[in-house]
Write a protein that binds this ligand. Structure first.
Ligand SMILES: [Zn+2]
Length: 292
């Protein structure tokens, strides 16, 4: 189990999957033999699968325990869901709930669920199907969603040309939470409490946010999908193919990299491979990751 300490906070990675996913050049057309050679010393085996030429991505939640609260950040894909074009995340049958319990949180103990954005691989465990209805998995939790993201996906979900949004997960994993009165829709920047601030970082999705944590003078930033892979720290203009606004995604990536580098924050992405979190440092006009 991967655990980090930031001041009084304890942060545990809850793994759903950690697999080779996309062919590297399909994800990043800029990836060349020369770039592969330059970065070969750190890419495999944690971030690249040499046998298949595929990028390795983790899907995980972060369990944040601070001030007696148990906060789940992003809730992965969930079990038994069909994900067209994503065989590695289709029809999963993981023991994610048991892993969460082992890390110290049964479903009824979670106080807050916070989603950096409302893509299908960040909302999956928000709900469970019970008696044919989608109900909150975490019965005592408030759920914090970005209001701009909610409105963006609601529009897609009500337009017959784009519905159902996010492969149906908007209807299954987001809307039922709002209808149950468990959601807090926030517009950033927004201070949640003495430790946590919500900061807009749009582009990958329309209302993507990051969560800044401060405890005892130590800092962390949960960055969601501002970057998916450490190659994007070296090459911040490389976008993951799926974005609501490609240029905005690049601008947000630079903003968050600068924020992480200037504050010395522990940087916790949503999909980067082992050791899963680390620091960002400036290097000339650019950035380098110090992960492990
Ligand atoms: Zn994601």
């Amino acid at each position: 189990m991967t655990v980090f300490s930031v001041g009084q906070a304890r942060i545990t990675r809850i793994e759903e999957t950690y697999l080779p996913t996309y062919r590297t050049r399909d994800l990043f057309p800029e990836f060349s033999d020369e770039i592969e050679a330059r970065h070969a010393h750190w890419l495999a085996p944690s971030h690249y699968d040499s046998a298949t030429g595929m990028i390795k991505l983790s899907v995980h939640s972060w369990l944040l325990q601070i001030g007696g609260k148990k906060i789940l950040i992003d809730s992965c894909c969930g079990n038994n869901k069909i994900k067209p074009g994503r065989p590695f995340w289709t029809n999963l049958n993981t023991n994610y709930p048991e892993r969460l319990a082992t890390a110290g949180a049964r479903p009824d103990e979670i106080d807050l669920v916070m989603c950096t954005h409302l893509h299908h691989d960040h909302v999956g465990w928000n709900t469970l199907q019970r008696d044919g209805r989608w109900v909150p998995t975490f019965p005592n939790a408030r759920y914090v969603f970005s209001k701009p993201d909610f409105e963006y996906f609601q529009t897609l979900d009500t337009d017959p040309k784009t519905a159902p949004a996010e492969m149906g997960t908007f209807r299954e994993c987001v809307l039922p939470i709002v209808e149950a009165g468990r959601a807090d829709l926030v517009t950033g920047p927004h201070r949640l409490d003495e430790h946590i601030e919500i900061v807009p970082a749009p582009g990958h999705s329309a209302g993507h946010v990051v969560f800044k944590l401060e405890s005892g003078g130590a800092r962390a930033v949960f960055i969601g999908d501002v970057f998916h892979h450490l190659l994007q720290v070296y090459y911040p203009h490389w976008n993951f193919p799926k974005n609501s606004d490609a240029e905005q995604a690049r601008a947000s990536r630079r903003m968050v990299l600068e924020l992480c580098a200037s504050s010395g924050a522990l940087t916790l992405p949503g999909h980067v491979g082992a050791p899963f979190a680390g620091r960002i440092e400036t290097s000339g006009a650019g950035f380098v990751p110090r992960f492990g």
